[in-house]
Design a protein around this ligand. Structure first.
Ligand code: RP5
Length: 167
C-alpha cells in the first residue's frame, strides 16, 4: 500500500493533524508526518513534494492556517492527489485558510475539506487508494456500516426519549 503524507505548516497545527493520524492508524495505513512551511521552509516543502511519488507516497494531506499556501505549494510540485485542510486561527477563524487553500488556479488542483476536517482528509486519501485496493475498499465499507449503526442507535435513544406517544 502506498504511504500517505501528513504535512503541516507548523507544529501548532498538530492537534488538527492528529485527527488524520488517528484515522490512518485505525486503518493501519502507512504514513509519515512532517512540518514543512510554504513560507518558512519552502525549499524543504518543494523537495519533499517533488520526490514524494518516487518515495512511495500515494497521496498528501496538507494542513495550514492563516495565509495557507502549503497545499498549493505542494500541489505545484507533484501530480499526486493533494488534500488541503484549512486550520482555524487568527483574526478570521479559518476563513482565510479556507480561501487560501481552496481557490487554486486551473491546472493545479487541491481537494479541500472543511476547516479542521483532517479526519475526512485521511478518509478521502484512503478512498483514493482504495480505487485499486479491494481490501481497503471493503474496510472503508465496514466503517460506513459501523458509523450508520451508531446513528441508528442514537435515533433509537432520542425516539425513546421524545416519541413515547408513537410506541
Ligand atoms: C501557518 O501559520 C501554520 O500552518 C499555522 O497554522 C500558522 C501559525 O503558525 P505558528 O506561528 O503557530 O508556527 O503557516
Amino acid at each position: 500500500m502506498k504511504k500517505i503524507a501528513v504535512i503541516m505548516g507548523s507544529d501548532s497545527d498538530l492537534p488538527v493533524a492528529q485527527k488524520a493520524i488517528d484515522v490512518l492508524q485505525a486503518f493501519q495505513a502507512p504514513y509519515e508526518v512532517h512540518v514543512f512551511s510554504a513560507h518558512r521552509t519552502p525549499d524543504q516543502a518543494r523537495d519533499f513534494s517533488r520526490s514524494a511519488r518516487q518515495n512511495g507516497f500515494g497521496a498528501i494531506i496538507a494542513l495550514a492556517g492563516l495565509a495557507a499556501h502549503l497545499a498549493g505549494a505542494l500541489a505545484a510540485n507533484t501530480t499526486l492527489p493533494v488534500i488541503g485542510v484549512p486550520v482555524a486561527g487568527g483574526a478570521f477563524s479559518g476563513l482565510d485558510a479556507l480561501l487560501s487553500t481552496v481557490q487554486m488556479p486551473t491546472g493545479i488542483p487541491v481537494a479541500t475539506v472543511a476547516v479542521g476536517g483532517a479526519a475526512n482528509a485521511a478518509l478521502l486519501c484512503l478512498q483514493i487508494l482504495a480505487v485499486t485496493d479491494a481490501d481497503l475498499a471493503s474496510r472503508l465499507d465496514d466503517k460506513r456500516a459501523v458509523d450508520a449503526q451508531t446513528v441508528l442507535q442514537k435515533d433509537a435513544a432520542v425516539a425513546a426519549q421524545f416519541n413515547a406517544s408513537l410506541s
